[in-house]
Design a binder for this molecule. Sequence first.
Ligand code: SAH
Length: 233
Amino acid sequence: MKFRKIVNCLVSILFLLGSKIFGQTDFQKQRMEMVQDQIINRGIYHKATLEAMREVPRHLFVPQPLRGLAYRDQPLSIGKGQTISQPYIVAFMTAAIKPDETMKVLEIGTGSGYQAAVLAQIVDTVYTIEIVEALGKRAAQKIAALGYDNVVSKIGDGYQGWREHAPFDAILVTAAPEQIPPPLLGQLAEGGRMVIPVGPAFLAQELTLVHKKKGRIKKRRLLPVRFVPFKRN
Ligand code: SAH
């Protein structure tokens, strides 16, 4: 009797371990396919971006019931009316700032923390600001639990940027204002790039690339997009 119990117990443990390991490989497989089908096949070849997208466990940044959808070609709800962007958009924005290991990057709109983790994989330091306290706190915990020690986060209105740490080599904004906030332009370093969706809430927004060259601002439209609105406190 006792022996049977022990065997049963061992079988359950093995089963649990197995599903954990195989579950992980399954997510990993889905992640590799996501990078190939949704990102490389659509023309993004920036090496560090592709490596980061292969590395960061996106399924851990989405709410538990949606994990099975984490590697699909779509944005997902993360609660509080906010979303984690479609993987392609995360890769596109990351590649657009031409990130490298020397850079200090500011992100506005931490959300789930996924974009911050992707950047943290590549650059020196990520500063990230979230206006919704519950989201910002949850993301900061997740990022720390996954071992990223180069992400500095705070709760607040990103409109003002983060003066104490400026200038930034790049700024990535993941909510759409109608106009580019002037303080963010001011906090962009010489030679720096900012990628930001600009336009009315949920309507025709343009993902815009801003490049500061010899103190002058150059803007280029990259892609029509639909982001959640940029809020003000
Ligand atoms: N980068 C996120 C996407 C989040 S969606 C991710 O990878 O999951 C955009 C986020 O911007 C939302 O969480 C929203 O609350 C936040 N946001 C909107 N306006 C903001 C503002 N003024 N300052 C900081 N965050 C803002």
